[in-house]
Design a protein around this ligand. Structure first.
Ligand SMILES: NC(=O)c1ccc[n+]([C@@H]2O[C@H](COP(=O)([O-])OP(=O)(O)OC[C@H]3O[C@@H](n4cnc5c(N)ncnc54)[C@H](O)[C@@H]3O)[C@@H](O)[C@H]2O)c1
Length: 287
């Protein structure tokens, strides 16, 4: 999508962090916005910032884990602008502390899957049939994580959801390309946002700080990296662990949309674990 001026974008979780950065970078490139977040106050602030940049923008409170709310978001977007050229499924949550899978509650799984997987499904399910009716180029950005590219013990629930986003997005890119869609997977490394506080959005009785969850690290030998209970190896994830500012991400995503890139990484790829896994897979045809 080379020409962004005059386009319309819907961005979920756009009130802070990378969602806000993508919203404002797109606004600076001439894109009108539907700024959506589960927290209306921050969505309204970003709407006002986009208007100050000379764009048309509306704010909408949407919980992406609820189908009816995403349907209402699409209704509002089409009513206001008559089209949606860019959909960014960005809203996401994570658990703190990092925890072992055996310390992960059923409600932990349900909450993270509800936002990070069902949120993306809802966005695609609700918007794609409508966007497909439009002529010309369209673009979808689904937000994954570089934690899917290196094994990060203690982070299994989150990686479960983001790996699902990867597989889903790679397949729908093929299905949608003939209809004028590009699909980018955004793989953030460590970006300084308020993601670590996302449990504030859970019912109080389910939050980790009210439940005494042991941190995954508490299973590690003092001073070492080997767990007491299993031979899991912590791989060096490298550059992706160095925090960057959220504002750095928006321009990267704008470039990925303009160049119709399948992937956008915010940090250098963790080549050691990626190569190890690739080589292991290539040598695993066990006939
Ligand atoms: N920050 C990182 O280091 C990092 C790394 C990899 C991936 N990510 C992913 O990047 C995306 C953006 O996160 P961020 O780091 O900017 O964090 P953030 O917490 O600043 O932004 C996420 C936004 O999503 C909103 N949100 C949460 N639950 C929602 C729901 N159910 N419905 C609608 N909105 C909801 C929050 O209110 C928040 O404004 C997420 O998908 C996250 O998983 C972040």
């Amino acid at each position: 999508m080379k020409e962004l001026n005059g386009r319309v974008a819907v961005i979920t979780g756009a009130g802070t962090g990378m969602g806000r950065s993508m919203a404002l970078s797109l606004a600076a490139a001439g894109v009108d916005l539907v700024v959506s977040d589960i927290e209306m106050e921050v969505a309204e602030q970003v709407r006002d910032e986009a208007i100050a940049l000379g764009r048309q923008a509306v704010a909408m409170r949407t919980d992406v884990s609820r189908l009816e709310e995403v349907e209402a978001l699409a209704d509002a977007a089409y009513q206001r602008f008559g089209k949606v050229d860019i959909l960014i499924n960005n809203a996401g949550v994570t658990l703190r502390p990092f925890r072992a899978v055996w310390d992960t509650s059923y409600e932990d799984f349900k909450w993270v899957v509800g936002v990070n997987i069902w949120g993306v499904i809802h966005g695609v399910h609700v918007f794609v049939p409508r966007m497909r009716q439009q002529t010309g180029e369209k673009h979808i950005v689904n937000v994954s994580s570089m934690s899917t590219l290196a094994k990060v013990p203690g982070h299994s629930t989150y990686v479960l959801t983001k790996a699902a986003v990867n597989g889903f997005s790679d397949v729908i890119r093929e299905e949608l390309a003939p209809y004028g869609f590009g699909v980018t997977i955004l793989y953030p490394g460590y970006v300084k946002t308020r993601i670590a506080t996302s449990e504030r959005l859970r019912p109080e009785q389910e939050r980790s700080d009210t439940r005494n969850i042991p941190a995954y690290d508490s299973y590690l030998k003092p001073g070492g990296e080997e767990p007491l209970t299993s031979p899991v190896r912590i791989q060096d994830a490298g550059a992706m662990q160095v925090g960057i500012e959220a504002d750095e991400v928006g321009p990267m995503v704008v470039r990925a949309i303009r160049e119709n890139r399948p992937y956008c990484l915010t940090h250098a790829a963790p080549d050691v674990p990626m190569k190890e896994q690739f080589d292991e897979l290539m040598n695993s045809y066990l006939v």
